[in-house]
Design a protein around this ligand. Structure first.
Ligand code: ADP
Ligand code: ADP
Length: 226
């Protein structure tokens, strides 16, 4: 479990592109934060800095009490789910979910327990022997979530995880991700450009524009005082 603190965070890409500018935010433990804003406003960059996939140019980022600027991704206790899922096509669902744990030399019985527990949470117990190509988009999305869940991350990062799903499935999966958040009791940071998604899912919505936070408030307050 962990909250996050962003102190004057900046990201300057080569060519002097300031993608994130003086970003200050405190995220509470177990909070569901939605980062929303138009394409190019710096959402992905912010998320990738939390994941450790992008270097922080200036400022300080804390996960819990720990300053993580120089901590590599694998030591940050975070898990990230991408829009393209990035499943290994040649592996079964089980092996896809087990892979990260195997790399960490987790004992086999523990891997088995964790994979089965995550599969149960996501309702994919009957798909464990299938390969990704034999799954629907929604099922692949669950496997991607499962791969993250088995690691018991303190912080769950999602970058437009629903954007490859059709409209109906998107609404359904939205509800499931909210339920998952309640069940896992971890901090979620969820990136989307979809206002409705933001308003229905977030405990708090952080609206970005041109790399700057414009507003950070509850859906209710954002609705009443846009
Ligand atoms: P969003 O996720 O909101 O669409 P991004 O974080 O992807 O926004 O991008 C923010 C800004 O940073 C954009 O102007 C984008 O063109 C720029 N940018 C993103 N990645 C890079 C990169 N690797 N090199 C240079 N500029 C980048
Ligand atoms: P973790 O996130 O726990 O490290 P992953 O299963 O996501 O576990 O990745 C394990 C390793 O495999 C990482 O070093 C990662 O860079 C690499 N990796 C992840 N996804 C892919 C992929 N689709 N193809 C090739 N390598 C990958």
């Amino acid at each position: 479990m962990a909250g996050l603190t962003f102190k004057n965070i900046e990201k300057i890409y080569p060519g002097n592109v300031k993608a994130v500018d003086d970003f200050n935010l405190e995220i509470k433990d177990k909070e569901f934060i939605v980062l929303v804003g138009p394409s190019g406003c710096g959402k992905s960059t912010t998320l990738r800095m939390v994941a450790g996939l992008e270097e922080i140019s200036n400022g300080e980022l804390y996960i819990g009490e720990k300053l993580v600027n120089d901590i590599p991704p694998k030591n940050r206790d975070i898990a990230m789910v991408f829009q393209n899922y990035a499943l290994y096509p040649h592996m079964t669902v089980y092996d896809n979910m087990a892979f990260g744990l195997k790399l960490r030399k987790t004992p086999k019985n523990e891997i088995d327990e964790k994979v089965k527990e995550a599969a149960q949470i996501l309702g994919i117990e009957n798909l464990l022997e299938r390969k990704p190509k034999a799954l629907s988009g929604g099922q692949r999305q669950r496997v991607a979530l499962g791969r993250a869940i088995v690691r018991n991350p303190k912080v769950f990062l999602m970058d437009e995880p629903l954007s490859n799903l059709d409209a109906k499935l998107r609404v359904q999966t939205r509800t499931e991700i909210s339920k998952l958040h309640k069940k896992l009791q971890t901090t979620f940071i969820y990136v989307t450009h979809d206002q409705t998604e933001a308003m229905t899912m977030g405990d708090r919505i952080v609206i970005m524009k041109d790399g700057i936070i414009q507003q950070a408030d509850t859906p209710q307050n954002v609705y009443e005082h846009p």
